[in-house]
Design a protein around this ligand. Structure first.
Ligand code: AQP
Length: 347
C-alpha cells in the first residue's frame, strides 16, 4: 500500500503548545464507504490511535443533509462501523461513536451558530460544491454543516484533527469559530490544529469528479473482486485522446494512472507510464496491474468485513460502548458551556 502515513504534526511541523492528546474525526454514513474515504481518511486515522486519544465518529446527522431512505440508515451506519474496524480501528485504543447518540453535538452546534457570522459560512467551498451537486435540496443543514462539524470537534475539546485536502477550510473555520466563542465568553475551547495526512483527492471512475458516495462513481470497500474488475475495465476513464490501442497515451491526464500513484509500486508506475507513452500496451493492460494491486490491498480488509458482518452484535456493542464514552465527555463540556453562556436558570 502506498498511501502515506500521516505526520502527527501541524502545518508548521509539530503540534506545538498543545497539552491534550484528543482528536476527533468523522465519516458520514451517506452510503457505502469507498477507496476515497480509505485513502483520504481511514488509512490516515488508524496509525493515530497509537499516539492520540482518538474519537472517530459516524456522523449520521451530517448524512441527513442528503435525501435518503430512513430504513437504510441503520445499514449505512453498520457499513461505516464495519469498515472502520476492518481497516484497523481498534476499539480498545480508539473510541468509535455515533453522532446522533450524543445529543450535545446538536446543542453545541446551535450555540456556535450564534457566534458565527454568516459570510464565514457563505465562503465555504464544500457548500458551493454540494449545492451544485444537489440543486433541488439546498437545505439549511447543508449550510450549517461546517458549524455542526465545528461542534463535533470542539465538544471533545479536541486539540488536533486529521484532515484531508478538502477538509482544510472546515478546520480553519472551526478554529475561527472557537476563537469567536472564546472572544465572546472567555477562553474555553482549544483551537484544534491540523494533522496532515494524505493530501490525496481521489477522483472517481468518471475521471472528472471527486470520488463520492452521492455520485456513485466509486470503488466501494466491499465491492466484490469481479465488480471491481468490471467497474475499472468498463467505467474507468483514461486519457480521452487515446482512442485506439496503437495511439500513444498521456499518463499525466489519465485518472487511471493517478490511481496507480495510490496503489502501485514506483517501478510499476514507471513501467505503466513508459508503455502508455509509446503505445507499448493498451489501457486494459495498464488497468490489469492496477486491479491486481487494489484487490491485494482490499483482500485482508474484505476478509475482516466478512468476519464482522457475521458478528453484528459485537459491532453494535462497540458502537454503543464508544458512544457512551463519548457522551460522558460531551456532557461534561456542555455543562461548562451552559455555565459560561448563562444558560443555567433552571439548573
Ligand atoms: N474522493 C475522496 N478523496 C479523498 N478523500 C476523500 N474523502 C471522501 N471522499 C474522498 C474523505 O473521507 C472522509 C469522510 O468523508 P465523508 O464521508 O464524511 O464525506 P465526504 O467527504 O462528503 O465523502 P463523500 O463520499 O463525497 O460523501 P457524500 O457523497 O455523501 O458527500 C473525509 O475526511 C474526506 O476528506
Amino acid at each position: 500500500m502506498t498511501a502515506n502515513t500521516p505526520t502527527t504534526g501541524d502545518s508548521k511541523g509539530s503540534v506545538t503548545g498543545v497539552t491534550g492528546r484528543r482528536i476527533f474525526s468523522g465519516i458520514q454514513p451517506s452510503g457505502r464507504l469507498h477507496i476515497g474515504n480509505y485513502l483520504g481518511a481511514i488509512s490516515q486515522f488508524v496509525p493515530l490511535q497509537e499516539e492520540y486519544d482518538c474519537i472517530f465518529g459516524i456522523v449520521d446527522l451530517h448524512a441527513m443533509t442528503q435525501i435518503y431512505k430512513s430504513k437504510e440508515m441503520s445499514q449505512r451506519i453498520i457499513n461505516a462501523a464495519v469498515n472502520y474496524l476492518a481497516c484497523g480501528l481498534d476499539p480498545n485504543k480508539a473510541t468509535l461513536m455515533l453522532q446522533s447518540g450524543v445529543q450535545e453535538h446538536a446543542e453545541l452546534a446551535w450555540i456556535l451558530a450564534t457566534v458565527t457570522p454568516l459570510p464565514w459560512i457563505q465562503r465555504v467551498p464544500t457548500f458551493k460544491e454540494k449545492a451544485r451537486q444537489q440543486p433541488d435540496n439546498v437545505n439549511m443543514g447543508l449550510f450549517n454543516y461546517p458549524v455542526l462539524m465545528a461542534a463535533d470537534i470542539l465538544i471533545y475539546k479536541s486539540v488536533a484533527v486529521p484532515v484531508g485536502e478538502d477538509q482544510r477550510p472546515h478546520l480553519e473555520l472551526t478554529r475561527e469559530i472557537a476563537r469567536a466563542f472564546n472572544a465572546r465568553f472567555g477562553s474555553f475551547f482549544p483551537e484544534p490544529r491540523e494533522i496532515i495526512g494524505s493530501q490525496a483527492r481521489v477522483i472517481g471512475l468518471d475521471g472528472k469528479n471527486r470520488m463520492s458516495k452521492s455520485l456513485d462513481n466509486c470503488i466501494y470497500l466491499d465491492d466484490e473482486p469481479d465488480v471491481i474488475r468490471e467497474k475499472i475495465n468498463k467505467q474507468g476513464v483514461t486519457d480521452p485522446a487515446r482512442v485506439k490501442r496503437t495511439d500513444p497515451g498521456n499518463p499525466s491526464i489519465c485518472n487511471i494512472f493517478t490511481w496507480h500513484g495510490f496503489f502501485s509500486s514506483k517501478e510499476e508506475q514507471a513501467y505503466c507510464a513508459k508503455e502508455c507513452r509509446v503505445a507499448g500496451f493498451g489501457c486494459l493492460d495498464c488497468k490489469a496491474i492496477l486491479i491486481k494491486n487494489i484487490l491485494e490491498l482490499l483482500a485482508p480488509i474484505q476478509e475482516r468485513q466478512k468476519e464482522l458482518m457475521a458478528n453484528l452484535d459485537k459491532v453494535q456493542e462497540i458502537i454503543r460502548d464508544g458512544t457512551e464514552r463519548a457522551r460522558k465527555i460531551a456532557q461534561e463540556t456542555m455543562k461548562e458551556v451552559r455555565e459560561i453562556t448563562g444558560l443555567t436558570y433552571l439548573i
